[in-house]
Design a protein around this ligand. Structure first.
Ligand code: SF4
Length: 327
């Protein structure tokens, strides 16, 4: 299978001021490597603040990476070692994003037609007048809205409809790859499945490739071909969805899966839970060695001293944990 995206040793640090003449850096994404095949959905899960969104935005170069390498369809678009940082305008058409909060991502002073048409006017200047309006209407129709909605403002829509506008905006320029950044977490449960089903249908119809970010592993499991698990800025496990959910290797993945409720309440009560103690450490001052050692029930002294190696333990199943290293 052909790889569309390749990410190697990606880092994103944010410099912050801690006091007079004192600065620190938040290590939001630390040494993350993965790839995405053409036409697949790679899900990314992890707790809030683990760096999922920052990683998605850095991959699109909405944030400038601190270091690492990003390759799109065989072309390096960023390489800190070789000092490659290509202009992103031609890639904006190919790489789009659906934002987490639909109301915050839509300009309240623009009509829906103007919002969906904004990227078109940049990337498809050939579309004018009737053709331009027809393209906007076609996009609204694709996401289950209609041409009458083009003259309305975002506040006149429900959360689910606003997210549909966000999806229409991303689709307008006919992208190949979309970062879906928690696209359903701000929606009612009843609307979530509609939006997920619509994204799946659009993927089939338009041959799209997704990076699907969410904190709920049961949603990610449903939509993804493969899943990557992030903890405190690092990828700790990555495998095919079924394998990751049925044979998790990393203790953090096991704890996430043990928190998923089962349809039968009796089975949920009988289920053995792996409950983590303590809070997520600060990315401003992450723990030494394995970043998970302060909460891991299997931590040894070595875990606090030496970072585990990211390794393939079964075909396509990667993890980073000392407990696996002898296997
Ligand atoms: Fe736990 Fe150690 Fe494995 Fe980290 S390396 S997940 S602390 S056992």
């Amino acid at each position: 299978m052909k790889k569309l995206i390749e990410v190697e040793h990606l880092r994103k640090y944010f410099r912050i001021k801690l006091g007079t003449l004192k600065y620190g850096s938040i290590q939001a994404v630390e040494d993350v490597s993965f790839f995405i095949y053409v036409g697949e959905t790679l899900g990314i899960v992890g707790e809030s603040g683990c760096g999922k969104t920052t990683m998605g935005r850095t991959l699109l170069r909405l944030y400038n990476p601190t270091s690492g390498r990003i390759v799109y369809d065989g072309t390096p678009i960023y390489d800190s070692e070789k000092k490659i940082s290509v202009p992103m305008l031609p890639y904006r058409k190919k790489m789009q994003i659906i934002f987490q909060d639909p109301s915050a991502s839509l300009d309240p002073r623009m009509t829906v037609g103007e919002i969906v048409g904004e990227a078109l006017s940049v990337h498809r200047p050939d579309l004018k007048g009737k053709e331009y309006r027809e393209r906007i209407n076609e996009m609204l129709d694709t996401v289950g809205l209609n041409s009458e909605h083009a003259n309305r403002f975002p506040h006149e829509f429900s959360g689910g409809q606003q997210q549909r506008v966000g999806i229409a905006r991303a689709l307008a320029v006919e992208p190949e790859f979309i970062v879906c950044d928690e696209p359903i977490s701000a929606l009612d449960v009843s609307i979530q499945s509609q939006v997920v089903n619509m994204l799946e249908d659009l993927q089939q119809e338009k041959h799209l490739t997704y990076l699907f970010i969410a904190h709920d592993i049961s949603v990610v499991r449903h939509i993804s071909n493969r899943i990557g698990v992030m903890y405190l800025g690092q990828m700790v496990e990555l495998a095919e969805s079924y394998e990751l959910c049925s044979q998790p290797m990393h203790p953090y993945t096991k704890s996430l899966l043990s928190a998923v409720p089962l349809p039968d309440p009796q089975k949920t009560r009988a289920k053995k839970r792996l409950i983590l103690e303590g809070d997520v450490p600060s990315p401003l001052n992450p723990p030494t060695g394995c970043r998970f050692h302060t909460r891991c029930p299997y931590a040894t002294e070595e875990c606090s001293q030496r970072a585990p190696v990211w390794k393939e333990y079964a075909p396509g199943h990667f993890a980073a944990c000392h407990a696996l290293e002898g296997k």
